[in-house]
Write a protein that binds this ligand. Structure first.
Ligand SMILES: [Zn+2]
Length: 299
């Protein structure tokens, strides 16, 4: 039996040989290796079940000395499924910023790029280094994969609500334009699995922040107030805003100049699928998914 999610997604393929993962069809067609992992360590297609508990990220509650070897071994196994390895990995410390680092050779295969090295928190990386492996982590916050097949460059960002507010995908595109001479009209982007709008309840201050930093029109496009209901299901005054992270990041990529038909959006929600994904909001906090993108071009 196949591995399935609660939504039918037409934008990626599910791979279950080895450690299971999803890959974006659009990026596969461009020949650039990419993945988004799940909770599964393995999947038994014959019996339609799998072993969960895949650890790729060192969690705050864990002893790094104990967790690191396990997480590194699993990430190396995932990387090898893409024809890469951890020796080529660049990851970031992910502090919900909109800072994007331009990778250098010194970043390859070392601990996350971030405050120690650069005195700056980092949530995204862009690179022109051939075969560099970019890794991000998410347990509701979608990763955004960005590639340019003309300049053979790649970027990967972690886009939670704060990074999304700070337009981190646009920052990555701008870095690729400035540092690598990319033209946004040549670029492609994929927005990975993350929490869906129905699952993503936000406080009024989040609406106010978007209305101030974006525009009220755009805030109204990506945030809607869902009505409160009484015990009998009748609508009553109150309610909460819900944020559409996918649409917000898609808008940002469009405004950055990436053509609409060069953007793939996953409709799979980490919280609606807590049996298959780690999810902060879904209280599956044991670990996070790894997103990987290799700056390797097969054509
Ligand atoms: Zn959901």
């Amino acid at each position: 039996m196949k591995l399935r999610f609660s939504e039918n997604s037409k934008v990626f393929t599910i791979h279950t040989d080895g450690i299971p993962y999803l890959s974006f069809d659009m990026l596969d067609e461009l020949g650039v290796p990419n993945l988004y992992s799940t909770r599964y360590i393995s999947w038994d297609a014959e019996n339609g079940n799998g072993i969960t508990g895949l650890r790729t990220a060192i969690m705050k509650t864990e002893d790094p000395a104990e967790a690191a070897p396990v997480c590194r071994a699993n990430r190396d196994a995932l990387a090898r499924q893409l024809g890469s390895s951890l020796a080529m990995e660049i990851s970031t410390d992910q502090k919900h910023t909109n800072y994007v680092h331009v990778a250098s050779g010194e970043d390859l295969g070392v601990p996350p790029v971030g405050s120690v090295l650069h005195r700056q928190f980092v949530d995204g990386v862009v690179t022109d280094i051939p075969d560099a492996l970019l890794t991000a982590f998410g347990g509701d916050c979608p990763p955004v994969y960005i590639v340019d097949p003309v300049k053979k460059t790649a970027g990967l960002v972690h886009a939670g609500w704060k990074g999304t507010l700070g337009k981190i995908p646009q920052v990555a595109v701008a870095q690729m334009v400035v540092k690598f001479g990319c033209d946004p009209s040549d670029m492609y982007a994929a927005i990975g699995p993350g929490v869906c709008k129905d699952c993503y309840e936000m406080g009024d201050e989040v609406y106010d922040a978007f209305a101030a930093q974006w525009s009220r029109e755009d805030a109204d496009r990506i945030l809607s107030r869902y009505p409160a209901k009484d015990g009998d299901g009748r609508e009553i005054p109150g309610g909460k805003y819900h944020l559409d992270l996918r649409e917000a990041n898609r808008l940002t990529l469009l405004r950055a100049g990436i053509p609409e038909d060069h953007i793939a959006v996953s409709n799979v929600c980490t919280m609606c699928n807590v049996d298959k994904f780690y999810s902060y909001r879904g209280r599956r906090l044991e670990n996070e998914q790894a997103a990987m993108l290799v700056n390797h071009w097969e054509r």
